[in-house]
Design a protein around this ligand. Structure first.
Ligand code: FES
Length: 477
């Protein structure tokens, strides 16, 4: 079996924990205790995790953060397990699904009565916005419980090896991974109760949450909620777009920068926004060849500084080009790209075949806020913020009193804005529950000023227009 784990990296050290073994379809597989099942399989050269229901087409992972169900497998006899967020364990038995897995014939254990708990503030999501909200609410004396379905917290920050831009007050010049670690440390220091591997399943009136805490159902009666579940990667329609080897840019980052596994040898990057450019650079850092970046727009979408870095490394960026087909029987072997005319139509005769084993899709994100819809919050489609977003006031409180939102779940913007919105929501929820104080007011004003600064730049214009549409108050940042 190959071992595709990164041995040396210019920025990152990988602490994988103890060596363990599990079984995949009768074969003994080496893994490390901090790996997920999907990454352990990937490290051993296994890229097909499941198959499609009707056509039995092979499927690999896509998002690697539990949001797309592309990686579901049978684990210890239980089907439909999201292997990208399930930690691997010694002796575990993992199998690929048949097209439509049968319900296992397992004698169910008597289900224990769910534990009911009363707490003050629940924060859903442990990325930059959720951690920041939790820290501020705890700083002001709140009893804060933070739920995240992953094993590690920090959201997208823990995959980001580059330094942030913006103002120094907003962590400019610091690497994303360091910001993520600092936020987590601070949350622990402030006494935030952190629940790992805890999926919030649903909202019930009045202010009740059900949580799957590692297979155990728990019920939380809360006084207020900050919802910060981030975003889902957008997908792209083209022929054969479901082959293993076609992954979201965030999925590739998770595999490479968090789990320390080389995604492939040659990558075609689709999309030249900041994510596409930064992930291209990170792939080069990990020793992977980025063959080309294609961009459907007539100009590069991200910062010139990121584009220049990868161009200097010899990676061509072709605007007005897109992918039209992936080739390969069981996984990607090459891609066909084509030029687009001014009306976005492919120009006949401009097709070109690119040899690659990974096609990385970096065509934007959309807010992940299903839970808010379930809770009855008013939602509106705002193109400038990436899709459907909750209507809120200037304190980030939704139309359901006591439910706040922050970060990408409120609209797609920079991670720095997510941190500041988290701080704003953290102070505002304390005010909602215990009344206004000079300090909470100051905290809110500071956060708003920071957001306003971030939205003054050229990349802030679009979100600035967007928040005007979905914010009830006249005064927005
Ligand atoms: S849910 Fe596992 S790859 Fe998306």
């Amino acid at each position: 079996m190959p071992d595709n784990r990164i041995k040396e990296h210019p920025v990152l050290d990988f602490d994988r924990g103890k060596e363990i073994y599990f079984e995949f379809e009768g074969k003994k597989i080496k893994a490390y205790e901090r790996e997920t099942i999907a990454s352990a399989l990937y490290a051993n050269g296994i890229h097909q995790f499941t198959e499609s229901k009707k056509m039995h087409r092979p499927r690999g992972f896509f998002c690697a953060i539990g949001k797309c169900s592309s990686c579901i497998m049978k684990v210890n006899g239980i089907p439909h397990v999201r292997t990208c967020i399930t930690p691997v364990e010694e002796g575990m038995k993992v199998e690929r699904h048949s097209a439509q897995p049968e319900i296992p014939e397992i004698e169910p254990e008597p289900y224990p009565e769910p534990e009911e708990k009363e707490v003050e503030i629940a924060v859903v999501g442990g990325g930059p916005a959720g951690l920041s909200a939790a820290i501020v609410a705890a700083e002001f004396g709140g009893d804060v419980h933070l739920f995240d379905e992953g094993d590690s917290l920090g959201g997208q920050l823990v995959k980001q090896t580059h330094q942030f831009f913006g103002s120094h007050k907003a962590e400019a010049g610091t690497r994303g991974i360091d910001i993520g670690t600092d936020l987590l440390e601070k949350a622990k220091e402030m006494g935030v109760k952190i629940h790992h591997n805890a999926t919030v399943l649903g909202y019930y009136p009045e202010m009740t949450l059900t949580v799957d805490a590692g297979g155990k159902l728990e019920i939380y009666h809360v006084k207020g909620i900050v919802y910060a579940t981030g975003a889902i990667e957008n997908y792209l329609a083209f022929e054969n777009n479901d082959l293993p080897g076609i992954y979201g840019a965030g999925g590739v980052q998770t595999l490479m920068n968090e789990q320390g596994i080389i995604p492939g040898r040659k990558v075609l990057m689709v999309g030249s926004g900041n994510v596409g450019l930064i992930v291209s650079y990170q792939l080069l850092q990990a020793g992977v060849d980025v063959v080309e970046v294609v961009e459907a727009m007539p100009h590069i979408g991200g910062y010139q500084v990121h584009a220049s870095k990868i161009r200097r490394a010899g990676v061509p960026i072709n605007t007005r080009h897109t992918i039209v087909k992936a080739k390969g029987d069981y996984e990607v072997e090459s891609a066909i790209i084509q030029e687009l005319d001014e009306d976005w139509n492919p120009v006949p005769g401009t097709e070109r075949e690119i040899e690659c084993d990974i096609i990385c899709i970096a065509v934007g994100l959309q807010p992940d806020n299903h839970f808010l819809r379930q809770a009855g919050c008013d939602i509106e489609f705002v193109r400038e913020l990436g899709g459907f977003v909750p209507i809120r006031n200037k304190d980030m409180e939704t139309t359901v009193e006591g439910i706040f939102v922050a970060g990408d779940a409120a609209g797609i913007e920079e991670a720095t804005v997510a941190v500041l919105e988290g701080r704003l929501a953290g102070a505002a929820i304390i005010q909602r529950l215990y009344g206004t104080s000079e300090d909470t007011q100051k905290e809110k004003e500071k956060a708003r000023e920071g957001i306003e600064q971030m939205r003054k730049g050229p990349y802030g214009q679009m979100p600035r227009r967007g928040v005007k549409v979905c914010t009830i108050d006249e005064e927005v940042c």
